[in-house]
Design a protein around this ligand. Sequence first.
Ligand code: 26A
Length: 343
Amino acid sequence: MATKDYRLVCLENPLLDIQAVGNEALLEKYGLKANDAILAEEKHQGIFEDLLNNYDAKLIAGGAAQNTARGAQYILPPNSVVYIGGVGDDKYAAILHDAVKQAGLRVEYRVDPKVQTGRCGVVITGHNRSMCTELGAANHYDVEHLKKPEVWSLVENAEAYYVGGYHFTVCPPAIMELCKLAADRNKPFILSLSAPFICQFFKDPLDASAPYWDYVIGNETEAAAYSESHNLGLTDVKEIAKALANLPKINTQRKRVAIITQGTEPTIVAVQGEDAVKEYPVHEIAKEQICDTNGAGDAFAGGFCAGVVDGKSLDESIHLGQWLARLSIQELGPSYPFPKQTP
Ligand code: 26A
């Protein structure tokens, strides 16, 4: 393994997950789908208190790309990963600081003392999870913070970039800074589609970044939403993966790779210019061993990024992703087992 520090920089929205096992009635009360990720509206305001007071909710460090960053750091040598995003100055931020410290993840938070740290209400029903996010201070992230010399020097020093698509709701200019730097220096830029609503309602900033994607990761519902919002007329996941892989690309020194996870179904991988689409069966696990699937996709991305940063082959990187996802779904929320396991 290489010894250089902070080879991976991740950017997105730091959130505290308020997670509880819920039921149909709770989903109905707030008009939530069993498996979804949305931004909180007026009618959702009460959900956080409701989860805490009536459903014995747990407070767990979340924020999709922060989970991925913790996951990549879980596998890589110490001081390998930096995570960037916006938080408040409150007890929720303190919980996030504890979690990242335990994970050995370096964070460069933009702290906004006037705004509360972002929260994500997570309602677990069976193997589904419904997420309702109030971005709070995460929504105040700005390019000025990214360009601060102490932050930007870490960014320039890194060898790979991972952006969670949820950040398109917050600060597309910061995403584009990372995109352009990656292409200029021929370093890999990895994007997660994050949620169907990003493909639907944040199409323009998403598309502006697309030519810079070296790797694009999504699940089957995000792939379907992408196809629909872009009028691809495709429903087959393999075909959508191929379409993603073959979108126009700026850095022609790297072939784009599109990776679509499908829960317990095989992971689909398409490579730009290649006809064959590969399938990777997931690492199996008995149903009774699953705690919850919140963060499974983030864990997959974390393992995958660790592989990319470490110069592993595509096959090996996919396996690392599947390995870490398998570990994470056995924990409460988007977490990883301690003591550490090794791949
Ligand atoms: C902007 N939105 C909606 C979000 C999120 C989010 N992370 C960033 N931005 N909505 C949910 N999450 C996170 O997704 C993880 C599971 O994949 C949750 O915090 C949860 O930890």
